[in-house]
Design a protein around this ligand. Structure first.
Ligand SMILES: Nc1nc2c(ncn2[C@@H]2O[C@H](COP(=O)(O)OP(=O)(O)OP(=O)(O)O)[C@@H](O)[C@H]2O)c(=O)[nH]1
Ligand SMILES: [Mg+2]
Length: 191
């Protein structure tokens, strides 16, 4: 809790995580009420061997550290969103960023669902609760939610939403699903 003059605000730190190119930067850019911080760099041909560009060939930049944005929800709930890279080579950075986070939104793409496993493992290792948002890309196969849950091996209470990260309303709904999930699991936050 944080007292700002007459107002009491609840500050919540959340991670937006997911594999390379899944839409983390786009998601935070859609949602942030402040000019989001990005650490975007033009990719060099050297990264082609490391980061798989299949399906996202038009992509020319990648996030080299973090994305950061802020969103205030009704009830003076202030969400601080940290976009974190999903590649395992960023694992030390990931551990620092995840400190103090209440939960994580994992972004996934149905063309390569298993790419999200690495991130989900890191989140579970950190003891964080998470929700999953499946981003719809034009050539992504669509599956029923039950099938997606099965493929992603989700617990029954883990929220799963379909979302276009470029759409502010859809992205907000995904984040609200996560907040409801993590706050319900930490009763002191809802008191
Ligand atoms: N159709 C569609 N395109 C999306 C969506 N989210 C992102 N994109 C596009 O996908 C590309 C990659 O998105 P980024 O937001 O850069 O992905 P990222 O996860 O931040 O990528 P890295 O930081 O490099 O790991 C961009 O061209 C976006 O416009 C989505 O939900 N639907
Ligand atoms: Mg990015």
């Amino acid at each position: 809790m944080y007292l700002d003059g007459e107002r009491t605000q609840t500050l919540v730190k959340l991670l937006v995580a997911g594999p390379f190119g899944v839409g983390k930067t786009t998601f935070i850019r859609s949602l942030s009420e402040t000019e989001p911080l990005h650490t975007e760099e033009v990719m060099t041909s050297g990264s082609a061997a490391v980061d798989d560009l299949s399906g996202i060939r038009e992509k020319s930049t990648t996030t080299v550290a973090i994305d950061f944005g802020r969103l205030t929800l009704p009830g003076d709930l202030v969400l601080y969103m940290f976009g974190t890279p999903g590649q395992r080579r960023f694992s030390p950075l990931w551990q620092d960023i995840s400190r103090g986070a209440l939960g994580a939104l994992v972004l996934a793409d149905t063309r390569r669902l298993s790419d999200s496993f690495e991130v989900m493992d890191m989140i579970e290792d950190a003891g964080l609760r998470y929700a999953v948002a499946v981003n719809a890309f034009p050539d992504s196969p669509s599956h029923r939610p039950a099938t997606l849950r099965d493929h992603l091996d989700l617990l029954p209470d883990t929220p799963l939403v379909l979302c276009d990260a470029r759409d502010r309303d859809q992205a907000t709904d995904a984040l609200i699903g996560l907040v409801g999930h993590v706050l319900a699991l930490t009763p002191e936050e809802t008191a």
